[in-house]
Design a protein around this ligand. Structure first.
Ligand SMILES: Cc1cc2nc3c(=O)[nH]c(=O)nc-3n(C[C@H](O)[C@H](O)[C@H](O)COP(=O)(O)OP(=O)(O)OC[C@H]3O[C@@H](n4cnc5c(N)ncnc54)[C@H](O)[C@@H]3O)c2cc1C
Length: 394
């Protein structure tokens, strides 16, 4: 048995022994654990699962052990992810710091920043939010206006960020700010790490039609941020942000597969439409399900290819760039197919007359729509693929 296979056997045994059964079901509404100083558990099993994974360093399995991570290389991380997915283990916690700013600090951060933020993030003690979007700067992110003016050893920040997920629970924000407005727009941006307890920060939740929302608008009124919290070069934040967005898109492209177990397409459609032999009778539906399953399988193989390319030190940008778009679109069509199969039972909002799985399908369907906006809309992803992957003219 080769080393990777031995690791797979060990991981699988460890997960079997340590992941409580209730943590092997799709998380219900509001059941994900958000890491940080405000962490809350809704059950003893949630707490146990959180603590066991944290002790293994598996909140951040690919980070160096010195920064509180698991010290695994890409191939071993992949094994852990696939075994968690196979056993349908929930993510023990959610923290943008682990997916996005952590890897960026490992690459661009000062030693002081690494020591101050990485181990505490890997242990779930700092929760992060992302301050990129502004009311007139979403897809056109470089149009952002929130300003940071240097004053002694501080920056003074003024402006506003919008669509900031989980800002009301976050300990820190990694934010893009304008430090120079006399140069072309990409050249005057910097990245700052902002303590959300700083005086002058006002976090206002944004209500959504669904009644539930993790979105906030954040206002900055003369907020002082120590200059040592500048990540990368002054005015050089655009390059840092682009790298962070790559991490964001990679993380998002894995959502469906390993992080957010939800109702499974074949299972749902079979339960509603299969005949006594388990065959989906309706040929159109069967065709759709088979097509989506093939897409999902192709995505899994592509993920595997990315790991192999990374191991061989090949440039994975082009393949990664296609994954976020693919994942979001497949997820949307998969949820639409489940809703179509369930008919009216796929449109429930409250529990009366609907099974938990049916309600979960409705939420998955609604949530899938946001996946093609969050982290860069599908149209923008297509632009990136056209220009930077295929080399098509403007
Ligand atoms: C679930 C979710 C979570 C989010 N969390 C965060 C967060 O934590 N922090 C944060 O900073 N932001 C967050 N966002 C914001 C997200 O990054 C932006 O919504 C996204 O970048 C799109 O920007 P916009 O909403 O301003 O839309 P716009 O840029 O106004 O775009 C509107 C439409 O026009 C299209 N469009 C715009 N420009 C072009 C173009 N050049 N070519 C073709 N089509 C174009 C877009 O694709 C889109 O369909 C989140 C969004 C969602 C949905």
């Amino acid at each position: 048995m080769d080393e990777l296979q031995t690791f797979r056997t060990e991981v699988s045994a460890w997960l079997e022994a340590n992941c409580p059964f209730s943590m092997r079901t799709p998380p219900g509404e509001g059941e994900l654990v958000m890491s940080g100083s405000h962490v809350e558990f809704q059950s003893e099993d949630q707490r146990l699962w959180y603590e066991r994974m944290r002790e293994k360093g598996w909140f951040a399995p690919g980070w160096p052990v010195a920064y509180g991570g698991g010290g695994l290389d890409a191939a071993h991380v992949r094994v852990l992810e696939t075994e968690m997915s196979r056993l349908r283990c929930r993510p023990p916690q959610i923290n943008l710091g682990i997916w996005m700013i952590g890897p960026v600090l490992i690459e661009f951060g000062s030693d002081e920043q690494k020591q101050a933020f990485l181990p505490a993030t890997a242990r779930g003690m700092i929760g992060w939010c992302q301050g990129f979007s502004e009311p007139n700067a979403g897809s056109d992110l470089a149009s952002l206006k929130t300003s940071a003016v240097q004053d002694g050893t501080d920056f003074v920040v003024n402006g506003s960020k919008i669509w900031t997920s989980h800002a009301h629970h976050a300990d820190y924000m990694y934010a893009l700010v304008r430090t120079d407005n006399q140069v072309p727009k990409q050249q005057g941006i910097s990245m700052l790490l902002i303590d959300m307890k700083s005086p002058g920060i006002d976090v206002r939740p944004i209500d959504l039609l669904s009644g539930k929302s993790h979105f906030c608008q954040v206002f900055f009124d003369n907020v002082r941020v120590a200059a040592k919290n500048l990540v990368g070069p002054l005015h050089g934040g655009w390059g840092v942000a682009k790298r962070l967005l790559q991490h964001e898109r990679t993380a998002m492209s894995k959502f469906a597969e390993l992080n957010m177990p939800g109702p499974d397409l074949v299972g749902v459609v079979r339960r509603v439409c299969a005949d006594s032999t388990g065959r989906i009778g309706n040929a159109v539906l069967r065709d759709k399900v088979a097509g989506l399953e093939m897409e999902a399988q192709a995505q899994r193989l592509t993920q595997q290819r990315i790991v192999e390319m990374a191991k061989a030190h090949q440039d994975v940008f082009k393949v990664v760039a296609t994954m976020k778009y693919q994942m979001a679109e497949t997820e949307k069509r998969s949820a639409e197919t489940m809703v179509a199969a369930l008919g009216l039972q796929g449109l429930g909002w409250e529990s009366d007359g609907f099974s938990p799985e049916e309600l979960e399908v409705t939420r998955q369907w609604l949530n899938a729509k946001s996946l093609s906006i969050a982290g860069g809309s599908s149209e923008i992803q297509l632009n990136i693929i056209a220009k930077r992957v295929l080399g098509l003219p403007e």
